[in-house]
Design a protein around this ligand. Structure first.
Ligand code: GLY
Ligand code: MN
Ligand code: MN
Length: 510
């Protein structure tokens, strides 16, 4: 379908009409119609507008109903986002804080990648508007005033709403700033004014970098990489302990994910007739219907592909007798993601060797989960899981003991390969900018949510293991909430023990 900016050979017209078209194009471009607003409306650059007669231009300006919504209820996340902003305000008194949502990225010509607002902006507002910017303005009396600068409704006067490829007629209705204010529970203004506001601002400023080049450019000479880095670290650490809303969302993500895994088990016969892509597509359907998306590229790894840690090509065969390693997570509409792995026998029954390896990983995972509790060191669950795996590898004769020596030299890593888990939240690898002392060297606290995901991977070309081990990969991954008294497995809706997995699969395919 041709968009407004596409050349249309049928769009002839008189010279007068062509002049109107040019005027409309410039107006929608935002450069000619900037009216002092130097943050132009996003505009297609790749073609001519069709001719627009004066009559048509006049017609498109009027005759539209007032659809402004009033009396909207705030989103459920609004009070939680306010509390997060209060913590940010307390950390940086007297400083202006700027948190952009980010912009669309072009895929080609007038086609964009799906927009995903920055993690920091979503966490601090609950909003996902593209191009938006949250600003915390310091008050003289202390504290900050927060304003969300939002992309407003499309302008009908200058034709933007129907001539611009990002106009509402093309991409759908947006919330007006007044509607945003009711929904988010904080003052909202037109984002096209924010660059001027920031340029004119005096005093110290920090910006979350990496999301909006235009905003960063407006703040050149006002910020430093070091100070902005501190802001990013603080916001990453602010997400280490989840609030009640976030825990509810993560539970919902895990519940949807469990349903997605059930969907996959039900279509394993069709996957065998096609490829791993059938599994990816099946899970994706659940993610899109119940949530926003998958939280990361689904790993649908059958047979030897299971030994490739991030196998996302998903173009291989699915064969009876092999194991399917499925690592996938539904992301909720509020953008919280699950991260769950199950390793399933494609034909529903583990072979004795597959079961031996699976049960070792299960025991390691159970030891890891048992080590997740308030007051424990973050490293404890990793060490507990690795110890079990090292002992098994010694027992199987793959490594020379004792296990203490193996662990000291980390020799098990040839087959365990990766760390045993990570924090989880809006990002699948959440809180990644947190300082070592706040994350990997931290003490677990109630409200933290982390994955426990040990694995064993015997590469197909690994000559150091007996031939029958080669090409077998097993990972089991669950999402664990630290509670006051221990932990809660948010993904317990899916079975983990090998006999329970077989029983569950049989029940779904009977
Ligand atoms: N799905 C990536 C991971 O488990 O960390
Ligand atoms: Mn993970
Ligand atoms: Mn995973």
């Amino acid at each position: 379908m041709a968009k407004a900016g596409d050349r249309q050979d049928t769009a002839g017209g008189s010279g007068e009409e062509a002049g109107v078209a040019q005027e409309a194009a410039e107006a929608a471009d935002g450069t000619a119609a900037a009216d002092g607003q130097d943050r132009p409306i996003k505009q297609r650059k790749n073609g001519l507008y069709p001719m627009v007669s004066d009559e048509l231009a006049a017609s498109m300006k009027s005759g539209w109903a007032d659809t402004e919504r009033r009396g909207l209820e705030p989103i459920a996340q609004a009070p939680y986002a306010a509390a997060r902003r209060a913590a940010l305000s307390a950390r940086f008194p007297g400083e202006r804080i700027v948190v952009p949502a980010g912009n669309l990225r072009t895929r080609s010509n007038d086609t964009e990648y799906p927009f995903r607002a920055s993690t920091e902006y979503v966490h601090l507002t609950g909003d996902q508007t593209q191009d938006a910017v949250l600003v915390l303005e310091p008050r003289e009396a202390g504290g900050h005033d927060a304003t969300a600068y939002l992309l407003p409704r499309s302008d009908r006067e200058n034709g933007e709403f129907w001539l611009d490829g990002q106009g509402e007629l093309w991409v759908g209705r947006r919330n007006s700033p007044a509607e945003g204010e009711q929904l988010l529970g904080l003052p909202c203004k037109d984002v096209r004014t924010v660059a001027d506001v920031l340029r004119e601002a005096t005093g110290p400023v920090r910006v979350v970098r990496g999301h909006d080049g235009g905003i960063e450019a407006a703040l050149t000479d006002k910020t430093t990489g070091e100070r902005d880095g501190e802001l990013k670290v603080f916001l990453s650490e602010l997400r280490l302990v989840k609030d009640e809303f976030e825990i509810g969302e993560l539970q919902q993500a895990c519940d949807s994910t469990a349903r997605g895994f059930e969907d996959v088990v039900r279509v394993l016969d069709r996957a065998q007739a096609t490829s791993e892509r059938y599994i990816e597509g099946t899970f994706f359907l659940r993610a899109r219907v119940e949530g926003n998306d998958v939280g990361y590229g689904s790993i649908c790894a059958s047979g030897p592909h299971a030994t490739t840690l991030h196998w996302v090509r998903n173009d291989g065969p699915v064969r009876a007798g092999e194991l399917l390693l499925l690592d996938a997570g539904v992301e909720t509409r509020s953008l919280y993601t699950a991260d769950v792995t199950r390793t399933l026998p494609v034909d529903g029954r583990f072979s004795p060797l597959q079961k031996k390896i699976y049960d070792a990983v299960y025991d390691a995972q159970q030891a890891g989960i048992d080590a997740v509790k308030p007051g424990a060191a973050y490293r404890d669950f990793h060490e507990a899981a690795q110890r079990v795996l090292a002992e098994r590898l010694v027992e199987w004769g793959l490594l020379e003991g004792p296990a203490e020596r193996v662990l000291e030299l980390a020799l098990q890593r040839r087959w365990t390969l990766h760390g045993t888990g990570h924090m989880l939240g809006i990002d699948v690898h959440d809180c990644a900018q947190a300082r070592t002392e706040a994350y990997v060297d931290c003490t677990l606290e109630p409200g933290m949510v982390l994955t426990v995901e040990p694995g064993l991977y015997f590469q197909a070309d690994d000559l150091t293991v007996p031939e029958e081990y080669r090409g077998i990969g097993v990972r089991i991954e669950d999402d664990i909430l630290v509670t006051e008294s221990g932990n809660r497995n948010l993904s317990a809706g899916l079975p983990r023990r090998s006999d329970e997995v077989e029983e569950w699969m049989a029940g779904l395919t009977a």
